[in-house]
Design a protein around this ligand. Structure first.
Ligand SMILES: [Zn+2]
Ligand SMILES: [Zn+2]
Ligand SMILES: [Zn+2]
Length: 382
């Protein structure tokens, strides 16, 4: 039986995820595959080869680090501690899209790929045209992807019960038209109105049908863009990180441990020199349970991708009691360390809410700015 439920919270936050049993620190609360997921457009263009369905990287840790560090002769020790099943890589029967396994290929085809299968070398194809237009609007660091939106539409249209699938998607939307427009403005920048129309036209060229029409009107499309902007959960996978984690688990002598630690430090140094901080296969996905989790600046849970693909895991960061709300942080670690003012500013801009978590409430007497660094950053934003 599940140890959690989605229900309305007493505060103004609307729905939330609540524990119905006790979780010890470190306990797994839930695991979930997304309704749909998609690798970011530039991430794919930069040769981060991944399964088109589950985002599992299609290279070994050694191939990964050789590519990122531009050092073709790096050899990773303990390479057997981490299994990569590259023999099972396969392609779609009709196009060149790659999958990590036949299972992923079949699931993709059954979920959305039947409507989206196309010749990727065709520069005139509506999907190629949309992707190129998108890449001109949205540069790295990428936060969302137009193809996630397209896959959502295909998921609805291909479903055996399209109205139920559409209802599932609409559960993620709970804002007013003005709020949606504000979020999309933030996502696309100053020219958002023009760009939104362009994206809508290009999307309508590649998918249509009775059940997706409501999402292709100006308001419906804006709301769907806002949905992927706020509910799209970032997904990151890295063969190198998986190997490092596996090596940490191996029992070895102190000497050997020290050597391998130094070796790993050096690897990351090489990688950083060549590839900067863009190390992961990155994309985003739409998760039903995970997206019900509200934000807290003092979260009691965190999510990760322990299987090296798009399957998410939610773990308790501290003991959680029955009735407690399960909260994650929408801010990254760095932003989370900042003052209440900075945290609230970022949450208001990206998610349109004022945070009244325990930590924010207890810091409500803090001044609106706490450091010069934050003040000058604020100026730069404005
Ligand atoms: Zn896969
Ligand atoms: Zn195909
Ligand atoms: Zn807060």
């Amino acid at each position: 039986m599940a140890g959690y439920e989605i229900r309305t919270s007493n505060s103004k936050k609307g729905k939330g995820l609540f524990a119905t049993k006790k979780y010890d620190q470190g306990a797994v609360i839930l695991e979930e595959d997304p309704l749909v997921s998609c690798q970011f457009a530039w991430n794919a263009a930069y040769r981060y080869l991944a399964c088109d369905y589950c985002m599992r990287p299609l290279e070994t840790p050694e191939q990964n680090v050789r590519r990122l560090a531009c050092k073709p002769d790096i050899v990773l020790p303990h390479s057997n501690c981490f299994e990569t099943n590259l023999e099972s890589i396969t392609t779609c029967n009709q196009c060149a899209v790659l999958y990590c396994s036949e299972m992923c290929r079949d699931r993709a085809y059954a979920t959305y790929h039947r409507l989206l299968c196309y010749d990727t070398s065709d520069a005139q194809h509506p999907i190629t045209v949309l992707l190129e237009a998108w890449k001109q609007m949205h540069y790295p660091p990428e936060t969302t992807n137009i193809m996630l939106l397209v896959r959502i539409l295909a998921y609805i249209e291909q479903s055996s019960n399209p109205s139920q699938a559409a209802a599932k998607i609409k559960q993620f939307c709970h804002r007013t038209v003005n709020e949606d427009a504000e979020l999309v403005h933030k996502l696309l920048g100053e020219q958002f109105a023009d760009q939104l129309n362009t994206l809508r036209d290009l999307t309508s060229n590649l998918i249509s049908g009775e059940h997706v029409q409501e999402f292709l009107t100006p308001e419906g499309f804006c709301s769907l863009m806002a949905l992927i902007g706020t509910n799209g959960q970032g997904i990151g996978t890295s063969p190198l990180a998986m190997w490092v984690n596996a090596v940490l688990e191996i029992t070895m002598s102190d000497d050997e441990r020290q050597q391998i630690d130094l070796f790993i430090d050096k690897l990351y140094q090489y990688v950083e020199e060549e590839s900067g901080t863009f190390l992961n296969t990155e994309g985003s996905g739409l998760f039903q349970l995970q997206s019900a989790c509200n934000h807290s600046c003092a979260p009691n849970a965190e999510s990760s991708f322990p299987y090296g693909n798009h399957r998410i895991q939610l773990k308790a960061l501290k003991p959680i009691l029955p009735g407690d709300e399960i909260c994650i942080s929408y801010l990254d670690d760095c932003a989370l360390q900042r003052s209440r003012h900075s945290r609230q500013k970022e949450l208001a801009q990206n998610y349109l809410f004022v945070c009244w978590c325990e930590r924010c409430s207890s810091q409500s007497s803090q001044p609106d700015c706490t450091s010069e660094e934050e003040m000058s950053e604020d100026d730069a934003d404005d």
